[in-house]
Design a protein around this ligand. Sequence first.
Ligand SMILES: C[S@@+](CC[C@H](N)C(=O)[O-])C[C@H]1O[C@@H](n2cnc3c(N)ncnc32)[C@H](O)[C@@H]1O
Length: 930
Amino acid sequence: MTTRKPVFIEKIMPVKLLNEQVYYEHGGNPFKGLHRWYSRKPLSFSRASVLGSLLPEGVTIEEFEYLLGLNRRVAGMQDKTTKLYKTPPSPDRIKKVQELCEQQWGTKTPVVLDAFAGGGSIPFEAARYGLKVLASDLNPVAVVTMKAAIEYPLKFGPDLQQDIDKWVKWVGDEAEKRLAEFFPSLPGEKVQNYLWAHTVVCPNCESTVPLSPNWWLYKRPEKQNLNKWCAVRPIPNPEQKRVDFELVKGKKGKGNTIVCENGEEYNPDDFSTIGRGVGKCLCCENVIESSYIDEKLLNKDYIHEMYAIAYQVNSGGLKFRLPEKLDFEAFSAAVLKLDGYANSLLIPSEGFPEGEDTRCYNRGVRSWDQMFNSRQLLTLVVYVEILNDVKAKLQIEYEPEKVEAIITYLALVFDRCVDRNCRLSIWHTARASVERASTQHTLNLTWNYPEISGSAELWKSSADAFASDYESLCLLFGTKPGSSGIPGIEAFEPKSIQIDSASADSLIHIPDQSVFAIVTDPPYYATIQYAELSDFFYVWQKRTLGDIFPDLFWSDLTDKDREAVANPSRFRNMGMSPEELANQDYEAKMALAFAEYHRVLRDDGVMTVQFNHKDSGAWDVLAKSLIDAGFEITASWSVSTENPQNLHQAQKNSVSSTVLLVCRKRDPNSGQAWWDDLRPQVAHLVEQRAPEFEANDIDGIDLYLSAFGPALNVFSRHSPILDTSGNEVRPEQAFSEARKAVANYRFRKLAQTDTLGFDPLTTWYILAWDAFRAREFPFDEARQLALAVGGFNVSDLAKTHKLLDSTSGICKLLTPDQRFKKRAFSTNPEDFTLTSLIDGLHALIAIYLEEQSIDPVRRFLKTTGLLSNDLFMRAWEVTLRVIPHIGDERKRMPEEKALADLWLAMDEIKAKVRYEQPELDLGDVQQSLF
Ligand SMILES: C[S@@+](CC[C@H](N)C(=O)[O-])C[C@H]1O[C@@H](n2cnc3c(N)ncnc32)[C@H](O)[C@@H]1O
């Protein structure tokens, strides 16, 4: 077996730092904004995964932070201001990283591979340090996105922005010329948007009903512009069997009403014609069943009705009016013009598959061109024509590689136009602007949708949003105008970044054992149907970029057969549960991909797999498939992707974490082992590593998740692992052993003794607060913790003991008051029985909160004998230690507040319960002083 040198990530990771850094990335950035991709991973997290997998274990955590991009600690204090995702590593950091790589791997620029690269967060970060990068994805849209985000900025540097701008403008000018007649404006105005509603004919009175959940045009919720609210009011016209409209403007009234100039109040929500799929005819008040509406849509028995227009006067703000004759005529002209393209290859007439998300299909969409109304489609088709004209011009002026880059960015602007100008786009009433269709992980038609003027506004505004993104991307690499590549690297070799379209189960372009580190973020079961979603862009990229990248765009639609996701729609009508078959298919594909990773990885190489932690079952399946592919797992870390604000308020802990599993090739001679031999080793190693994790700020649920690393480390060194009957043991047994070990360790630490003798329920309650620091957390976690504590039935937590409520996989710890109302215990000292210590604590909290006085609490403690119960006092002490103390008085947890208040007020408790009052939160106090 090759000797392998341990790497940093096998020893430790700055989990807390990453939790904070990941949070900074919740907003947008030019890397993410360049093109829509689904489930992008944060850059800071990807950067740490790459560096952690390459750097030697001897690097200190402070040095690691520095190499990531933070300023050096001052007097032990960590830099809290640098935002890693927008901070390119400085030349000295890059140099240092490369030197350390040479020490570890014998080369300054080891090869890093991600074959599920998506939008490219991992390769992007590897490229920022000048490493050799192999990035691939099955999906052509992802490949194009990566080329634009990584390859071209490094190849051409910021100067290319000027060329992009020049041709962006050229396309815009052409669009204006070629499409002006279809988007007229009245004198003095410049039309920007048209608002449309799908319609249905009322089955009762046969009126045409425009469908919209409300009739708002502009409703700014903040203080600004409250006098400029605007909407249309539908006016039933039963004689003509239609609805007319009038414009309503005014200032904000009560609630959601507009007060018009004549004092009349109007609420545009009151005239909704569709809600939850059920319609309402305003002419006859008839309720229109959703099945009827669906059938009409399915049979294309509907029209699009234009009901408002947004326009600009000079450079003033947006105004609204009703559509006029010239607007309708222009639309009719566009429909006629589009007829001329009937059989043109420019129209994306590829079939729309039924797929996993059937919503569009069930509403009659059968080909991709049907995602647009006729004029939206005409606009896009004319843009494609213009882009093809641009190609011819570019070829005269530039070398082929630059042509490829410029046209790719133009195609990305075009995709933004598609995204903002379709039947799926959304009118954002607070901003009076258009929201992209792809903001969601679904494709869904909107009842009322905006169209953007295709002559002047659509291209221009899509390009404006994009305008400086290219240059900003170069800045993320630290590349200055007049240069290219990474600053500080003498001879940057653009060929060191290779971006391919390939299936992860067949990386034929990569030789055996040639990769030093694999850092990868595979798809996860059915969470996202990448291929289905991205067809929305693929069918257009085929038309804008098909000739530039013939290898990417040869097929009708993206490849669903090789895609490693669980897609039940591929397994319908096969006589077995489609979900089950899809899961099996996904697991088989992942097994093949991991086997391929095993082939290309050097014997001493590292593989770090990122995945979203949802439930403990996920860990088990992933760990098992890694072990089966010949890997052993040497460490695991988890980074929370939850908004820390929620955690701070102690309301929720959704444990929405991304986990890193660090793997190595297992010694092929390791053979099988017995679980009975390994089990004590798991517990021992976990307890041994726990203080080390804590010393590095890993606590709460992160401590449990991090402990899975050492557990898997012991478990995965051999395969198979057998129990005494010779049956194979699954990794989940190692996880439960690890959980038990952490629970024991934490409890001992909290109680500051080995032999406390708390009952299991109280132990569970204390450990739950200690782990989640929040009232709300996933039920599966509660269950796992209960199994680790043992001694009671998990289902009794809710049913019998009424300690929690659980719905849709989330559980909530009930307050003492809620438990009392559910009769979990009695507050009458005569009737009270101490079945568990937590009931005693909750009973006195409930009494105190109800009576707002300490006398009844005193009586209760005396009569029940709890005052002289030492164990009870220890429970008081530990509970106070684990329930989060919130500085803001109004938001304090009632349990913590009551126990602390009583402790302060009652000397007899003070004498028995050790407690240090947390410091006052001066923030709030100071605010009231100034
Ligand atoms: C979780 S995403 C990666 C996201 C990426 N880390 C990012 O930050 O953008 C998983 C990716 O795997 C890709 N994929 C699915 N099946 C694949 C296969 N068989 N081969 C290669 N890539 C595949 C999907 O297209 C998707 O982009």
